[in-house]
Design a protein around this ligand. Structure first.
Ligand code: HEM
Ligand code: HEM
Length: 227
């Protein structure tokens, strides 16, 4: 069992980081290869004037109102606040976890900053509560259940099982060694899967919102369209 521990702690951890970073780079390149800057027709004679274009659009106050009313902040305000808290915790916890950063220091000599174990333990419990809430929504709310497919379940388990096993290992609730080995395996599996499963929303959220031309783009600067 100790051999397996060393394998997961050493070479497999390194491989999972490399696949994760390589996968993110691959997806960014894929995005730019499959989109292009939208071409504006050259013949200005056929285009409406700026004044005419302006007259097509509703006045500023109506625009603001519809933007607000069409956004998730208006249709699902509580869920939006909750999911924002969930996302902050789900990202910060593993990055600032003392146990992780000690392993990084031992393996690669870098000592990233860590939060106290009490704080990350509370964060972990909060993330697990979110897991229970998301599970409840996916099973019992028909409007969520009807759009839930295999990819969503895969994402759910990939995200929450590392949290659950990390928590069980930290508190030594079951036999420590098998639990921490399972945790490392699931953590590494999650890292490797991020760029290739629904978890890639982490990358595409920013690419889509900043680069694609659509009503959902941030700052209206996006000028790319799909090939
Ligand atoms: C690269 C692979 C990983 C390794 C080698 C690893 C290793 C560890 C170790 C050794 C512990 C401490 C157990 C103890 O206290 O003795 C731990 C705890 C934990 N890990 Fe990981 N981990 C990995 C990936 C992840 C990932 C990807 C996540 C979540 C996204 C995660 C979340 C946690 C959590 C939440 C805890 C427990 C915190 C607590 O309840 O206090 N780990 N991990
Ligand atoms: C920083 C980049 C990220 C952004 C901008 C982002 C954004 C989003 C958005 C817009 C949704 C859909 C709305 C919702 O259900 O909340 C979502 C869902 C979700 N995200 Fe992220 N996400 C990011 C990173 C992550 C990471 C790193 C994880 C896990 C490791 C994650 C796990 C999830 C899960 C599990 C759901 C589905 C929740 C449900 O079952 O309803 N996200 N994310």
């Amino acid at each position: 069992m100790h051999q397996l521990y060393l394998l997961l702690r050493g070479p497999l951890a390194l491989i999972s980081f490399i696949v994760f970073i390589g996968g993110v780079i691959y997806q960014i390149i894929w995005f730019f290869n499959n989109t292009k800057v939208q071409e504006i027709p050259k013949n200005p004679g056929l285009l409406p004037s700026k004044k005419e274009i302006k007259s097509f659009y509703p006045p500023e106050d109506i625009k603001k109102l519809t933007k607000w009313e069409g956004s998730v902040w208006s249709t699902q305000p509580y869920f939006t606040i909750l999911t924002s808290i969930f996302h902050i915790l789900v990202i910060l916890t593993p990055i600032f976890l003392l146990a992780h950063n000690i392993l990084i220091k031992q393996s690669w000599g870098i000592a990233p900053p860590s939060l106290s174990e009490k704080i990350t333990d509370v964060f972990t419990i909060v993330v697990l509560c979110f897991g229970a809430y998301f599970l409840y929504r996916r099973i019992f709310l028909s409007k969520v259940r009807i759009i839930t497919g295999g990819g969503d379940w895969l994402m759910f388990f990939l995200v929450f099982l590392p949290y659950l096993t990390g928590f069980l290992a930290y508190h030594q609730i079951f036999s420590y060694m098998p639990m921490v080995i399972l945790h490392m395996f699931l953590g590494e599996l999650m890292l490797v899967c991020i760029p290739f499963t629904r978890l890639k929303h982490m990358i595409f959220f920013f690419l889509n919102r900043f680069y694609l031309k659509s009503e959902y783009s941030f700052f209206k600067k996006g000028n790319r369209v799909w090939n």
